[in-house]
Design a protein around this ligand. Structure first.
Ligand code: PGA
Length: 255
């Protein structure tokens, strides 16, 4: 089954009002007329208003890097699904390794966020992936299965209908050391197979992005792999020309 690729930019803790407007203007220019790939950006929530305005009339979707499980009330510092919807955000990153590590987010908490997003009609982009030590210990599949199973156990496998998984080996994030296409494909095939064991139909449609040092030089080769349905891009998403090369590579490889 043909899956439409998704390339998403994760800006992390970078930018300003001016940067947001400038980068989006650059992306709109670079990506005009490019078809066959869904594109999204996740600026810091602080700049969603600027991003929403700058994206008007463009096919680039808006996203966010995080969300809380609560919808409103006494939850200081948190951002709800309703607030994200208010700004037209669609793709919401959850479970990024930086949040799992620095904010001690557990598999169960991330699964709760997944449920909150589904309930709100938003698209979860569930980040999973192993650390370098887990990789060296041969635990990659075990870690990925555990992180996926937290969602399946809480919500059922059908929750992955219309959802996105980003396989991001932690050792590849921001290190310049991407997984090789063959390494990534093997894990992606495992992830899809793990979901297929519960539902082939769900597994066939779920988008599995690769993330971790994807750039304009290595993207095309990664996208030749059958189970790599796009990319979650950090550093290279902060420059319009590099990000556009990645989007165009996905559009070309998957159509
Ligand atoms: P990177 O980040 O592309 O800078 O490695 C990817 C991510 O953390 O989503």
């Amino acid at each position: 089954m043909a899956r439409r690729p998704l390339v998403m930019g994760n800006w992390k803790l970078n930018g300003s009002k001016a940067f947001t407007k400038e980068l989006i203007a650059g992306l709109k220019a670079e990506l005009a007329g490019v078809e066959g790939c869904d594109v999204a950006i996740a600026p810091p929530v602080m700049y969603l208003a600027e991003a929403e305005a700058a994206l008007a009339g463009s096919a680039i979707a808006l996203g966010s890097q995080n969300v809380d499980v609560n919808v409103q009330g006494a939850f200081t510092g948190d951002i709800s699904t309703a607030m994200l919807k208010d700004f037209g955000a669609k793709y919401i990153i959850i479970g990024h390794s930086e949040r799992r590590t620095y904010h001690k987010e557990s598999d169960e908490f991330v699964a709760q966020k997944f449920g909150a997003l589904k309930e709100a009609g938003l698209v979860p982009v569930l980040c999973i992936g192993e650390s370098e030590a887990e990789n060296e210990a041969g635990k990659t599949e075990e870690v990925c299965a555990r992180q996926i199973d937290a969602v399946i156990n809480a919500l059922g496998v059908e929750a992955f209908n219309g959802a996105v998984i980003a396989y991001e080996p932690i050792w590849a994030i921001g290190t310049g050391k991407s997984a090789t296409p063959a390494q990534a494909q093997a894990v992606h095939a495992f992830i899809r197979g793990h979901i297929a064991a519960k539902s082939q139909a769900v597994a066939d449609q779920v988008i599995i992005q690769y993330g971790g040092s994807v750039n304009d030089a290595n993207a095309a080769e990664l996208f030749t792999q059958p189970d790599i349905d796009g990319a979650l891009v950090g550093g290279a998403s902060l420059k319009a020309p590099a990000f556009a090369v990645i989007v165009k590579a996905a559009a070309k490889a998957k159509n």
